[in-house]
Design a protein around this ligand. Structure first.
Ligand SMILES: Cc1cc2nc3c(=O)[nH]c(=O)nc-3n(C[C@H](O)[C@H](O)[C@H](O)COP(=O)(O)OP(=O)(O)OC[C@H]3O[C@@H](n4cnc5c(N)ncnc54)[C@H](O)[C@@H]3O)c2cc1C
Length: 458
């Protein structure tokens, strides 16, 4: 058996470890290193780091379609992808304190009132809820610890020597560094580790797959304006595509108790959103990203980063509204953003190099479809999905071309959501299991199954 190190205790890493120990892989041989905290000590403001990663403090919307949330079916085909999604959703229910409250919305047809302005992408979504995610995190963590999985918290991996299977960790609180060795490594650092992934890709000159730019704003308005669409599809995805390949979609809709969240990447601020469950958090707001996908930009990663830098003021992002002020976070603070006026919006339009007109048009058309909206909305600028160049991996196990014992998973590879990230982690775990096990009638028969009763020093 192999010593497995998982860098990142996010959705991908945690699902991978779960799949392994569920099937008897010795937990003592699995170490998960994360720069955040365990679920008991992680604060609500630590949005991106710690047990279950960004997924653990998100809105808990588990999308259930291969066209949503990043790439899975390109590696393993549609049927296998859906089977992996099922495993991830089952895990979230399994550690849920009230699994019966996990519900699925599954809109079936596009309503006439959005035509001819928008299309609506229809797909099922399982709703877990932010509040329950914290409890799920604790139950899930306890399970992995009970299986012997070792965790290193508040420890940041700063370099990995893929040739010699050695990584270096810094513990920022003490400023001490140490190294770790591995036989197999899962690189599951999510968005918060995107710069680290890029640094490794540059250092090792990984072959990569090209990516489009994905950028836009986080739109926020009172929920009542969108209610008739929310009744049909909670996480609605309004969609449009132009002949030049540019497409726009509403993205990650939050309702009822909907809060805008600041994301910090590369030291700049951008925006996202999450929703809480429970009446005490209700603010009757809706927020969603209006995201543009722009193909054909040379150096899309650099282009996005430059744009994000241009729309920062006083070390944070911007807010524009014809009538409103920025809202409060779920902790009661004002969402960090500098409010700008209509004239200053021209600077934003300049930074977007002409592409902002697509967002202006999107909002104008929403005002037609939802007539009460009028001026009762605001945008937090920017929302960005940094699609860093995706390292080229072996599709059968997501291992790097040059290093077949190093697997990239989750947002660090090509995922953009919880279900796909978890599925990628599970997919790699299945590959590892199949190295030591045979599959009979859907169950793993493994070499460790014969070891009973004895104390085994792994
Ligand atoms: C506010 C918000 C709301 C969201 N809502 C949804 C939603 O409702 N539905 C959905 O499908 N998706 C949502 N997402 C996206 C989703 O959370 C991510 O796609 C998913 O969590 C990615 O999983 P991952 O395991 O790849 O990375 P993550 O879950 O981000 O985990 C990565 C982990 O790696 C750790 N890490 C990073 N770098 C290092 C390092 N150098 N050393 C050690 N540890 C490191 C981090 O601390 C983190 O814990 C949301 C994201 C945000 C930010």
């Amino acid at each position: 058996m192999e010593k497995i190190v998982i860098v990142g205790a996010g959705v991908a890493g945690v699902n991978a470890a779960t799949k392994l120990v569920d099937n008897g892989y010795p937990g003592e041989l699995i170490t998960i290193i994360d720069m955040g905290k365990d679920p008991y000590n992680r604060k609500p403001s630590e949005v991106m780091e710690g047990f279950l990663g960004a997924g653990g403090w998100s809105d808990g919307k588990l999308t259930y379609h291969t066209a949503i949330g990043g790439q899975m079916s390109k590696y393993c085909g549609e049927d296998k992808a859906m089977e992996l999604f099922d495993q991830v959703i089952t895990n979230f229910k399994r550690f849920h304190p009230k699994p019966e409250e996990v519900q699925c919305s599954d809109p079936q047809s596009e309503p006439d009132f959005i035509k001819p302005y928008f299309g609506l992408r229809l797909f099922p979504v399982w709703h877990v809820g932010t509040d329950y995610l914290h409890e799920i995190g604790k139950n899930w963590y306890d399970y992995l610890v009970s299986k012997g999985v070792k965790f290193e918290w508040e420890a940041k991996v700063t370099s990995i020597d893929f040739k010699n299977n050695i990584g270096t960790v810094i513990v920022p609180q003490s400023d001490l560094t140490h190294t770790f060795e591995y036989d197999r490594l899962m690189f599951a650092v999510g968005k918060s580790g995107i710069d680290f992934g890029k640094q490794l890709a540059d250092d090792y000159n990984f072959p990569t797959e090209p990516k489009p730019v994905q950028i836009g704003v986080r739109f926020e308005a009172p929920q009542k304006h969108f209610q008739k669409l929310i009744d049909i599809s909670y996480d609605f995805k309004l969609y449009r595509k132009f002949d030049n390949g540019v497409s726009l979609r509403s993205f990650c809709t939050n309702n009822n108790a909907a809060y805008v969240a600041v994301e910090e990447t590369y030291g700049d601020h951008s925006y996202n959103g999450h929703a809480k469950k429970g009446e005490k958090h209700r603010n009757n707001m809706t927020n969603f990203g209006i995201l543009m996908e722009i193909p054909g930009i040379e150096e899309p990663f650099k282009w996005s980063r430059d744009l994000v830098k241009k729309v920062q003021k006083d070390a944070t992002g911007l807010y524009y509204s014809p009538s409103r002020r920025p809202s409060s976070t779920s902790e009661g603070d004002t969402v960090s953003a500098v409010s700008i006026n209509a004239q200053q919006m021209d600077e934003v339009r300049e930074a977007f190099q002409g592409y902002y007109s697509y967002i202006d048009d999107f909002i104008e058309d929403m005002k037609k479809v939802f007539p009460t909206l009028a001026h009762d909305w605001g945008v937090y600028i920017p929302e960005v999905k940094y699609l860093s160049p995706e390292p080229l991996v072996d599709y059968k196990n997501l291992a790097l071309a040059q290093f077949d014992n190093v697997h990239f998973v989750g947002d660090a590879l090509s995922a953009r959501g919880i279900t796909v990230s978890g599925a990628q982690g599970t997919y790699v775990a299945e590959y590892i299991l199949e190295r030591f096990c045979t599959v009979e009638n859907g169950s793993y028969i493994c070499e460790w199954d014969n070891i009973h009763g004895d104390v085994v020093n792994w």
